[in-house]
Design a protein around this ligand. Structure first.
Ligand code: NDP
Ligand code: MG
Ligand code: MG
Length: 341
């Protein structure tokens, strides 16, 4: 059984006695900085010159400095930049300014696991990875709850890295929900696998194929959108609450029977074979290399794929329909539909 820690297993004072630099103020950055601040932790936000995030952080009452200056005074540095830029920022601005005993924190193991960042032996190297988007990490904290984290220690230079890691997780609200012990390797490989095969890649493709199949058969795109996309959230909420069994308990017997007989016709055993191939590309570093090489070249493949998927018919139909949903309040005010193109 996995080791899980809750509120009583972590001592907030361990992180309250440290100066924490949160580098980046995006999805995770804003949530960590604000949750820590509200937990009584001394936080400074580190951002690049001319950063578009600066105003947002200052509006929330946070102190913003350059990455170098934030790092210089910090005991704990949480790196919350996009994974593909962390290595360059680390080498140019973080590493040269680190206190000799500063602890380095990550919310995903990518750069450590694949060797893009190689910290010196004197630093604790720790992970607190919320298993949810940053905006939900903040929203649930404000509501008095938390998003579960996975935590890991790659290097325990101080001998106190685990206590520090648990305290950090408590500061962002993770121990309210439960925090699971893992390793950098396990978190990185399973996180990439989950998002590629199931949560993001798998689900997106399933929705697109379902939509295309109905529309190509002559059904109205709006109806297709509701059947294969809109209702997904309602189904996922039930799975989240009580597993696949609760979902199957709530749906009609017709739907449940169709689940059993048709699910395996669509998701055939060769899907699992493909999943294993994707997993091995993650494990041997070839996915990481493909992503990082493309990013280093200005992300031509990434940008082309993003544009292709944004122009899919389901995105146009869904965009029009969602405007009519009075209950869809688009809680994340910094999200703009069609943001990338
Ligand atoms: P974001 O893409 O939201 O980070 C954006 C922030 O990084 C902004 O403050 C931006 O500042 C800054 N930034 C971007 N490029 C640079 C650069 N070249 N130099 C300096 N600052 C830069 O990151 P996420 O929050 O999505 O991810 C952060 C980490 O958390 C990653 O390791 C990710 O894997 C992990 N994670 C993310 C989750 C999520 O919910 N998104 C979930 C769990 C883990 P500016 O305004 O200047 O552009
Ligand atoms: Mg991820
Ligand atoms: Mg139905």
């Amino acid at each position: 059984m996995a080791e899980i820690y809750y509120e009583d297993d972590a001592d907030l004072s361990v992180i309250q006695s440290k100066k924490v630099a949160v580098i980046g103020y995006g999805s995770q950055g804003h949530a960590h900085a604000l949750n820590l601040r509200d937990s009584g932790v001394d936080v400074v936000v580190g951002l690049r010159e001319g950063s578009s995030s600066r105003a947002k952080a200052e509006e929330q009452g946070l102190t913003v400095k350059s990455v170098a200056d934030a790092v210089k005074e910090a005991d704990v540095i949480m790196i919350l930049l996009p994974d593909q830029v962390q290595g360059a920022v680390y080498q140019a601005e973080i590493e040269p300014n680190l206190k000799s005993d500063a602890a380095l924190f990550f919310a995903h193991g990518f750069n450590i696991r694949f060797g893009y960042i190689k910290p010196g032996a004197g630093h604790d190297v720790c992970m607190v990875a919320p298993k949810g988007p940053g905006h939900v990490v903040r929203r649930t904290f404000v509501a008095g709850q938390g998003v579960p984290d996975v935590i890991a220690v790659e290097q325990d230079a101080s001998g106190n890295a685990w206590e520090l890691t648990k305290a950090y997780a408590k500061g962002i609200g993770g121990t309210r929900a439960g925090v699971i012990k893992t390793t950098f390797t396990e978190e990185t490989e399973t996180d990439l696998f989950g998002e590629q095969d199931v949560l993001c890649g798998g689900v997106s493709k399933l929705i697109e194929y379902g939509f295309e199949t109905l529309v190509e058969a002559g059904y109205q795109p709006e109806i297709a959108y509701f059947e294969v996309c809109h209702e997904l959230k309602l189904i996922v909420d039930l799975i989240n609450e009580g597993g696949l069994s609760k979902m199957r308990w709530s749906i009609s017997d017709t739907a449940e029977y169709g689940d059993y007989v048709s699910g395996p016709r669509v998701i055939t055993p060769d899907v699992k074979t493909h999943m294993k191939e994707v997993l091995s590309d993650i494990q041997d570093g070839s996915f990481a290399k493909r992503f990082m090489d493309d990013q280093a070249a200005g992300a031509p493949e990434f940008k082309k794929l993003r544009a292709e998927h944004e122009s899919h018919q389901i995105e146009k139909v869904g965009g029009e329909l969602r405007k009519m949903f009075t209950w869809n309040t688009n809680k994340d005010t910094d999200y703009v539909e069609g943001h990338a193109s």
